[in-house]
Write a protein that binds this ligand. Structure first.
Ligand code: BTN
Length: 320
């Protein structure tokens, strides 16, 4: 453990009291300057540490909401990699050679989104990547993301009692704002030309405070709960994660049956609505008509011409 991790461990085990800089330095066996630097590192990662003159320091955000032991019990066949903070769980998961692995973090410094965008990943979110070293035909790649959107929505409904809709192709919306993004990345076998592994990355705003969102996101993103203090008592993040993982695992085992598609269609936020289609450099208004059996979006433009979208994205005007 580096100094920041050691400090985080000490602070999170002593949430109910303040500790002075000197006490922390003594406990860590380092200088006060080293404590101060570690504190800065944690604050830059998004941890909120209260500092009161003559009393000391106390961690205000929860970082250890999940426990490796509990998760391992719930997911015995999964190899777990847990981090307080990491650059990107997807990047990390792609480096693993193991059979089935789950990388999980409370904060990402370089979260990755679709279409080469970044994914803002402050404290309060769940950032996880599942590595499935399975053999899927390349053509199934878009089905995997859609199956994941259903699995995550159903887990949220079951464990949090909150209903999310899916904005084609991979965004989960709660009360008309984005609450979760999913990025599936493949590892391609050079000789086989098939996907030898897939990494499904899920970024869920679980209890991100409204004010923690960047200005550009404040009106379009939301969180299931507004702050850790709003989580229902007895809420188990481990149970939520385990539910997502199990549902996705089950769904991928029967991917070719496409059984998840009816739930995907039921939860669609766009079917029957006017949408703006962004397909490469092209942009046009259309009506979203259907989701076909490949989880592609069928749209009809103003001339009554139908198009099947396999990639790109659509935007929709929503009242909030
Ligand atoms: C999107 O909305 O564009 C997809 C966002 C996917 C974000 C998740 S967070 C966990 C995993 N690690 C990453 O770097 N990205 C995915």
């Amino acid at each position: 453990m580096n100094h920041a991790q050691t400090l985080l461990h000490i602070l999170s085990s002593n949430r109910d009291r303040h500790q002075s800089g000197q006490q922390l330095a003594d406990e860590m066996g380092v200088s006060r300057t080293a404590v101060w630097k570690a504190m800065e590192t944690l604050r830059n990662q998004g941890h909120v540490i209260e500092g009161i003159p003559n009393r000391g320091y106390r961690l205000l955000t929860s970082t250890l909401l999940y426990s490796k032991e509990r998760l391992q019990t719930l997911l015995p066949s999964w190899e777990l990699h847990l981090f307080d903070s990491i650059d990107s769980t997807n990047r990390y998961a792609k480096t693993l050679k193991s059979r089935k692995a789950l990388a999980l973090a409370c904060h990402q410094s370089e979260g990755r989104g679709r279409l080469s965008r970044s994914f803002y990943s402050p404290q309060g979110g769940l950032y996880l990547s599942l590595l499935f070293p399975a053999v899927f035909p390349l053509s199934d790649a878009s089905l995997i993301t859609s199956a994941a959107a259903v699995a995550v929505s159903e887990a949220i409904e079951e464990m949090c009692g909150k209903y999310c809709q899916i904005k084609w192709v991979n965004d989960l919306f709660y009360q008309n704002r984005k609450v979760c993004g999913i990025l599936t990345e493949g590892v391609l076998g050079v000789e086989s030309g098939r996907l030898t592994a897939v990494v499904v990355g899920i970024g869920l705003n679980l209890f991100t405070k409204r004010e923690a969102f960047e200005d550009s996101l404040k009106t379009i993103a939301t969180s299931l709960y507004d702050g850790e203090e709003s989580l229902p008592s007895g809420f188990s993040v481990d149970a939520l994660i385990a539910s997502m993982v199990k549902k996705l695992e089950d769904s991928l085992a029967t991917l070719s049956d496409r059984t998840f598609l009816s739930a995907y269609r039921d939860r669609s936020l766009v079917i029957g609505h006017e949408v703006r289609v962004h397909a490469g450099s092209e942009e046009y208004m259309a009506r979203a008509i259907a989701i076909d059996d490949e989880a592609h979006l069928v749209v009809e433009n103003e001339h009554g011409e139908r198009k099947v979208l396999s990639s790109g994205e659509v935007s929709i005007h929503l009242e909030v």
